[in-house]
Design a protein around this ligand. Sequence first.
Ligand code: 9MG
Length: 279
Amino acid sequence: MYNLDHNLDVSKLDLTKPQVMGILNVTPDSFSDGGKFLSIDKAVDRAYEMVMEGAALIDIGGESTRPGAQPVTEAEELERVLPVIEILSKALQIPISIDTSKPQVMTEAVKCGAGFINDVRALQEQGAIQTAKELDVPICLMHMQGEPRSMQHEPRYKNVIEEVKSFLLERVQLCEAAGIEKTKIVIDPGIGFGKSLEHNLSILKHLSEFVALGLPVLIGVSRKSMIGALLDEPADKRLFGGIALAAAACLAGATIIRTHDVKATSDALKICQALVHSK
Ligand code: 9MG
């Protein structure tokens, strides 16, 4: 049963019900113009489409964090994300999230109109906590063991639930000590980020323990390899598995579901909400 009694200070985001965060990866392989360059128009069109499909937040990322992904430079990341954020933040009524770990990208993105920071490194880069404090926008702190390029090489935990929970609590405490209000913090156990299939399943099974920490919980399972491992399907055939996991996460209390498949996820969350509110 979910607890949506949060008071997250995101002016245009209603977290009294579960919400969908639409993924907009602005990397050249996602929205190419037929060559190696990013097509800004195609990315903007996809964002509009996701809003029509029910997204309450659009998460824009210019650096892939998939297993095996190589880092990109700050200049490259800025060049990819800023033009899209600039257009969307003026055109859309919903908040734009910047998916980055780099303080300078956070700063420039918020200057361009982003109103949320999604950091898979939980503000561990040098200067990131101070930057987030100064920018004064809500943040998502995610757990990751290792780094994208190598994180899936034999991830190990003694107790994955306790270790991920205590990492997130420690990061929340550090943020609060730096002056970031708790009402601006979302937590995320980081499905697929330095975790085996068993670790991911265990986190999802015990998700209520993360919800019990009292902060909104964000979950991203969309098209991830855990679905591929369970169903033996490639990334483009993982929709049904992803919806099953999103619904399970929502019923366990997750407040934000990050997904590529906005319409299907949005419908599933409405069904979950109706179930939770039924007698
Ligand atoms: C950027 N990114 C990819 N997967 C993610 C997940 O599961 N959570 C968050 N917060 N960000 C993610």
